[in-house]
Design a protein around this ligand. Structure first.
Ligand code: GLP
Length: 240
């Protein structure tokens, strides 16, 4: 694992966006794995800047997002589909139809999971962007005695719902389930970029990178991957 510590989040965001720009320049039809949460927002802002400067193009790219809340339609204010449109897709040249998110409102969620996995088998991810949950989750793969490989439905931990309640009017409105890519699919990506920001994640990032590999810290499984780059700001990296 390569770990890079940045003095400021702005520098981190520029660096991460630059990595995507370089990857898309080298392989314009890259398949990108994208993430939601507050962590990647600054990276997406920098990507949009690079796009506006003619330095980055998604014209031939395909994207797959990690997860979506069960029960939220794509036009729900807090759905991850809406999040991606707001923070990235509406501002760049990614063609309609080449961005994929699991549907949290599919009539048959099991079939939705299987269909998402089929697409991921056909188009393997070149670079997967990941944030980190306070409990070590990646995507919505919550700590557990066993983890699933493929896309599946998860019950969200109370702590995860509380952490994400800041985006909703009240905790009651935060869905109790999500559909998420599994750790198996995440680990199939050629390259993984894990981004962690803020003092409140210093402990969990240390556990994920330097602690034992355990399903109780899903991000610790990244230690088994051959090409992981970890970008942290000073605060998140202070215990490494
Ligand atoms: C969310 C997402 C994750 C994200 C994590 C951290 O619940 N499902 O993909 O990485 O929690 O979010 P944040 O970046 O807002 O701290």
């Amino acid at each position: 694992m390569q770990v890079k510590v940045f003095d400021t989040t702005t520098e981190l965001d520029s660096y991460a966006a630059g990595l995507f720009a370089a990857a898309l320049k080298a392989k314009p039809d890259s398949t990108l794995g994208l993430a939601t949460g507050s962590t990647p927002i600054g990276i997406y802002e920098k990507m949009i800047e690079l796009y506006e400067q003619g330095e980055l193009s998604f014209k031939y790219a395909t994207t797959f997002n990690l997860d979506e809340y069960v029960g939220l339609s794509p036009d729900h204010e807090q759905s991850y589909a809406r999040f991606m449109n707001r923070h990235l897709f509406a501002h760049v040249d990614l063609p309609a139809g080449r961005s994929h998110l699991p549907s949290g409102t599919a009539a048959n969620l099991e079939a939705e999971c299987a269909g998402y996995d089929r697409m991921l088998e056909e188009q393997s991810v070149d670079i997967q962007l990941l944030g980190l949950g306070h409990n070590g989750h990646i995507g919505f793969n919550e700590p557990d005695r066993a983890l699933q490989g493929g896309t599946h439905i998860v019950e969200l931990e109370q702590a995860t719902r509380e952490a994400n309640a800041r985006f909703f009017d009240s905790l009651d409105e935060v869905p109790t389930q999500a559909i998420t890519m599994g750790v198996g699919s995440i680990l199939k990506a050629d390259a993984i970029l894990l981004v962690v920001k803020g003092a409140d994640k210093a402990g969990i990032v240390k556990q994920a990178l330097q602690g034992p590999i355990t399903t109780e810290v899903p991000a610790s499984l990244l230690q088994t991957h051959k090409n992981v780059t970890v970008l942290v700001d000073r605060e998140a990296g202070r215990l490494l």
